[in-house]
Design a protein around this ligand. Structure first.
Ligand code: SF4
Length: 491
């Protein structure tokens, strides 16, 4: 496509002109799309296909060759029997766009619809629609309106076919994209200029490198930061980082004593400066003193499909597919490990819940890390009212260890994060996630989807199953070991 600008390139340039240049002239420097990225692309494609059901009878422009696609689009526009066109292709002034949906209204004018898999319209979506609006209106299409169809998070699936008119929300953004046109002319001029330069413009990195999306050249422009970098203070706002950088402060060691920080951030700064961890012994004793045996440590794994799979689910609801529980029945006893993984695409919410309720019994504390498990249990109670009472009784026994760690400890090796992935190796150095095939929740979801999709050899199936069990089991044995480490810090 040489230097021509398409929608993707235009939007890359809106984010950063250096990104546009690299994308066109040095794409080999981009970080390759990983499995999670592929899944997001696949999900976007699924949503796009679903949106076509809004306009049954619509015709898709399938031609890969741009000139043929443009010619075919023209033919379809001219045919009054065509009610909707998918992937209509247009080029004007060196800018090429493919439009998700063009719908012919009753009065013969056209409605342009951009389909998004998000649950709301975001600012960069408007730029996206604006460039299409420019090209189409300059190509002679009689556009009545420009819209965004996005996912309706409030839609509740009741089984059978998805009700597409409820699943999508269509927002008319015509006025907004019209008002963006003058700015767009300047932006395009800047993009053409940058594309004609002999080398990439030397632009500073900053917040725009991850907003609205993480740039594929992030690693090239943003050098790896040392563990004492100011961004390793917990939840330090981007404005505060900018302020410190303007003062020439990059290391936590140099943060002035009078610089405004929260209590937790100041504590973290002191730990990094002294190289010593901090444990609030009294606070820990009080917080952990109420834990009762049998002592359970629980963790769930989930996927959150955009298109709900089972009755009662909404788009992007979390569907639990795996749990792991370690239990210490009495003080000093060896821990037992129990676990569950759904192994096919059936609705296994009942199986998940009944096996979990059975294992957790009716007494003892259940240690979790964050409110994630509690939220999933609340959803399961809503989907399966017959378990609501038992789930409510479990909710009462949950003990969230995360706020305890956050309020009563800090270790320089947390590097600003209280996630279990940072806290566990800091407090229990022999336990990390580094050696694991699956080492985070996102990868667990991807691995599970590959497992239930089928078509795997016996060896592949066993290997994925083992990786999933190892990972979720590591989370709960890790929770147990963190509790032990915190108790030891009290001795
Ligand atoms: S990483 Fe940042 S500065 Fe570098 S190209 Fe991407 S957006 Fe631009």
């Amino acid at each position: 496509m040489s230097n021509a600008i398409d929608k993707t390139r235009y939007l890359a340039g809106v984010q950063c002109l250096r990104r546009l240049y690299l994308l066109v002239h040095q794409p080999e420097f981009a970080t390759k799309t990983d499995a999670a990225g592929e899944t997001i692309i696949e999900q976007g494609h699924e949503i796009g296909m679903l949106a076509r059901r809004l306009f049954r009878g619509g015709i898709t422009v399938n031609e890969d060759d741009v000139d043929l696609a443009i010619r075919r689009t023209r033919e379809l526009l001219a045919d009054p029997n065509v009610s909707a066109i998918f992937e209509g292709t247009f080029r004007n002034g060196g800018v090429l766009v493919r439009v998700d949906i063009l719908h012919r209204r009753g009065d013969g004018r056209w409605r342009m619809i951009e389909v998004k898999s998000t649950t709301e319209v975001k600012d960069h979506h408007l730029e996206d629609v604006a460039i299409q609006y420019r090209v189409l209106s300059r190509s002679g299409v009689d556009l009545a309106s420009a819209c965004v169809a996005h996912v309706n998070r409030g839609y509740v699936y009741s089984g059978g076919d998805i009700d597409v008119w409820r699943f999508f929300r269509i927002r008319n953004v015509t006025r907004i994209v019209q008002s963006l046109q003058p700015k767009l002319t300047f932006q395009l001029r800047a993009e053409w200029t940058v594309l004609g330069m002999p080398t990439a413009p030397d632009l500073p990195h900053g917040r725009h490198c991850t907003d609205p999306i993480t740039c594929e050249f992030y690693d090239r422009c943003n050098p790896q930061r040392p563990d004492d970098h100011i961004s390793c203070l917990p939840r330090l706002h981007a404005n505060a980082i900018e302020e410190l950088e303007q003062m020439g402060v990059e290391s936590i060691h140099d943060v002035p004593d009078d610089f405004e920080l929260t209590e937790i951030q100041r504590r973290a700064a002191t730990c990094v400066q002294t190289g010593q961890p901090w444990f609030d012994r009294e606070g820990l004793k009080k917080a952990l003193g109420g834990l009762e045996h049998p002592l359970y440590f629980a963790d769930f794994e989930t996927v959150n499909p955009a298109i709900p799979k089972f009755g009662g689910m909404k788009p992007y609801d979390q569907l639990p597919f795996q749990w792991s529980v370690h239990v210490v029945r009495e003080s000093g006893a060896d821990p037992e490990h129990l676990e569950y993984v759904a192994t096919d695409t059936r609705d296994t919410r009942r199986e998940f819940t009944s096996s979990l309720c059975r294992v957790l019994g009716d007494r003892g504390s259940i240690v979790v890390y964050s409110t994630f498990e509690s939220q999933r249990l609340a959803e399961l109670a809503r989907w399966l009212p017959e378990y609501a009472e038992r789930i409510d009784a479990i909710q009462v026994r949950l003990f969230d260890l995360l706020p305890v760690v956050r309020e009563h400890t800090y270790h320089p090796a947390y590097t600003g994060s209280f996630s279990i992935k940072s806290v566990l190796p800091a407090l229990v150095p022999e336990m990390t996630y580094e050696d694991m095939e699956v080492s985070n929740g996102r990868d667990a979801g991807l691995a599970w989807q590959a497992l239930v999709r089928g078509g795997l050899s016996q060896t592949q199936h066993e290997s994925i199953m083992k990786a999933l069990l190892d990972y979720c089991g590591r989370d709960t044995s890790g929770l147990l070991r963190i509790c032990e480490a915190l108790n030891r810090s009290n001795e």
